[in-house]
Design a protein. Structure first.
Length: 667
């Protein structure tokens, strides 16, 4: 028998291994937790120790999951998405549960005709099972959509609306399912008592609870102790969970209420940051215990039933959500994608399934097949995303036409532009860049995936269109071959890498500037072909330093010089400045400037190294060199020049002019 320490180490090693593999494969960690749970569980390697003891600890994962859902409960957000949440979302959940009832009744009728009375589930079990199967995986779907930059797309908004309602629907289901476990004659009374308890408790907590919660957290914050703040979060969350359990309801319901109460205070964002580690670790433990419950031999023994329970609910949810999305005004392609992304089971489905099992609503013979089918549907979710375009093209004959219309819209806007800048993302940074380009009378076209932002900006006269900058078709339609530069204005490294790969493959001479949060991904982005990477944190620190130096009395000219020196050390393209028509004043002629020289095919410098060049006296230096392919290289005396290379030179005006003449001299 393993000790407690050994079991703890086992779960930690298993969790770390699962998360590492999923990170390498760019999959949600939840899949790794499920897989390692199956592997170490009692039905596989059997090295997991006491599953019941671990399951009790994993219940806290559900508590913190519901707390975070309550924390994200946002009335303005619900109001803005009410059609999707309470229209599309509620229809999906209610119709799925009704379908489970109807399907169960038809199955019982078929068994009766076959002379096998008594088989099938009771209607209470069908309702509980329908509620569990109605859920989709918020954690996996949101992660995969975020990776694909689809959260603000047409289908992404519909998916988020349905997921939001599913999260809310868990609350009444947590009250309903325990009541369904009562005897038939006591069922109505149990439902009434549970409803009254839930209503009274929620009324007391929500009416006076918000004021008490704000007063209490303010009192705690004034103590200026981080430990005390975190301890109070745990106390509030677990205390309210205990209170609802004491009232005969569930732990998760109390945690949800705790999250709702804190969401209305000004401490919401700090709470989200502090509670996240507890939430992630304990939720991971919950998914490991779900995987441990999977009985592989039993699954193999009943594989036809497992296959049916996997395929039929997935196909039904796909068809139902697709049809409902069409009813609520979605285009065929958007509706199909919405259905594909919501076809799987979800983490709350496991919660409701465990609750139904605990209350005796699910026969023992069905527990493993249903659990296995839910796990398999979740494991298949990444495939739904990968093959979504092919499936949509096959099922929707006119989706390619709609995509062509979207590409035509982009191309129509870009067709008369030449040497323009393509801005990927039209958030705050993209909009600020657009204003500067307009001021300098430089053409641009911006691509963004937020339809509301695109509509408002286009109405205001901005050159912005709806399109995914990570797709080659959008970039080509935006005039990639004719562009003078591409700017990735949002900080999403995976998406930036996709854009870099597309541009470097199809327009290698177009320079690319990429924005990042910090300098952790600079080398990856430069290796992928970024001409320059601008870390937001470093630029912020430079501005902070410049203001601090000015405030303590350092002369402004010196402040500007210090900041420029720091930029020179980090950004090769910003060393000095490029000459303009307004720079020929006597004072400016004494300062170094930049000059770009592109070598023609007949240049005498071609095939010679940088060290072999006859640079004029007066201090001309090579700042950077960009190949015709678009790759930016650091200067090196051994670097051999080729036709089409662009050298960025730094020096005084006269030596620069002489250096340019020598570089362009014919062989």
């Amino acid at each position: 028998m393993a000790s407690t320490l050994e079991l703890t180490l086992l779960y930690l090693v298993a969790a770390v291994a699962g998360v590492v593999v999923c990170r390498l494969a760019r999959l949600p960690p939840m899949l790794g937790y499920l897989a390692v749970g199956v592997l170490i569980g009692p039905h596989a390697l059997a090295i997991s120790g006491d599953p019941a003891g671990v399951a009790r600890l994993a219940e806290f994962g559900i508590v913190f999951l519901m707390f975070v859902i309550g924390l994200e409960f946002n009335l303005p957000k619900l109001r803005s998405m009410r059609k999707l949440v309470f229209g599309l979302g509620s229809s999906q959940v209610i119709l799925t549960m009704l379908a489970a009832l109807v399907g169960n009744a038809l199955l019982a009728w078929a068994f009766t005709l076959a002379g096998r009375k008594g088989l099938g589930l009771g209607w209470q079990s069908a309702v509980a099972l329908g509620g569990a199967l109605a859920m989709s995986s918020t954690a996996i779907v949101v992660k995969l959509m975020a990776d694909r930059l689809e959260l603000e797309s047409e289908h992404g908004r519909r998916v988020m609306g349905v997921l939001l309602f599913q999260d809310l629907a868990v609350v009444p289901l947590l009250v309903l399912i325990p009541a369904l476990g009562s005897s038939p004659e006591a069922l109505l009374g149990a439902l009434a008592i549970a409803s009254v308890k839930a209503g009274a408790l929620l009324a007391v907590l929500l009416v006076g609870g918000q004021r008490v919660m704000r007063w209490w957290l303010t009192l705690v914050v004034r103590r200026k102790s981080e430990e005390l703040f975190i301890l109070n979060l745990l106390l509030v969350t677990l205390g309210l969970a205990w209170l609802t359990e004491l009232a005969g309801l569930s732990l998760a319901l109390g945690a949800f209420v705790a999250g709702m109460l804190i969401a209305e205070t000004e401490y919401k964002h700090q709470v989200e940051t502090d509670i996240r580690p507890f939430h992630d670790v304990l939720l991971g433990l919950f998914f490991i215990t779900v995987g441990m419950k999977l009985d592989a031999p039993a699954v193999l023994q009943h594989w036809p039933l497992v296959l049916a329970l996997t395929v039929l609910p997935v196909l039904f949810k796909f068809a139902l959500v697709t049809a409902l999305a069409r009813v609520f005004g979605a285009a065929p392609g958007t509706a199909i994608r919405t259905g594909l992304y919501l076809a799987q089971a979800g983490e709350f489905g496991f919660v409701l399934l465990a609750l139904a099992t605990e209350r005796g609503l699910l026969p023992e013979a069905l527990q493993t097949p249903v659990l296995a089918s839910m796990v398999l549907s979740i494991l298949a979710t990444p495939l739904f995303f990968v093959y979504s375009n092919r499936i949509v093209m096959r099922l929707s004959a006119n989706d390619w036409l709609l995509q062509s219309v979207a590409m035509t819209t982009i191309a129509k806007r870009a067709i008369n532009t030449e040497s323009h800048v393509i801005i990927c993302g039209f958030g705050r940074s993209g909009q600020n860049l657009a204003r500067l380009l307009e001021h300098e009378k430089i053409a641009y076209i911006a691509l963004d995936l937020d339809p509301d932002r695109v509509r408002q900006a286009a109405a205001a006269g901005q050159s912005v269109v709806f399109g995914d900058a990570a797709r080659l078709q959008s970039l080509v339609a935006a005039g990639l071959a004719r562009a003078s530069a591409v700017v990735v204005s949002y900080h999403d490294t995976p998406s930036a890498l996709k854009i870099l790969q597309r541009v470097r493959t199809h327009a290698p001479r177009v320079p690319i500037v990429v924005r990042t949060i910090d300098d952790s991904d600079i080398e990856r982005l430069r290796a992928a072909g970024a001409t320059e990477v601008v870390p937001e944190a470093i630029e912020g620190s430079l501005m902070l330093a410049s203001h601090a130096l000015a405030l303590v009395g350092v002369p402004m000219r010196r402040v500007l010089r210090v900041v420029q020196d720091q930029r020179d050390a980090r950004y090769g393209l910003l060393r000095g400045y490029f000459h303009g028509a307004d720079d020929d004043t006597p004072d400016e002629l004494q300062h170094a400037r930049l000059l770009s020289v592109t070598l023609p095919p007949n240049s005498a410098s071609v095939s010679h190294t940088l060290g072999e060049q006859a640079w004029p006296e007066g201090g001309v230096t090579v700042v950077s060199l960009r190949r015709a392919s678009g790759a930016v290289l650091q200067p090196d005396d051994a670097l051999r020049l080729a036709s089409g290379d662009t050298l960025v030179l730094s020096g005084l005006p006269e030596p620069l002019a002489l250096a340019e003449e020598r570089l362009l001299r014919s062989a």
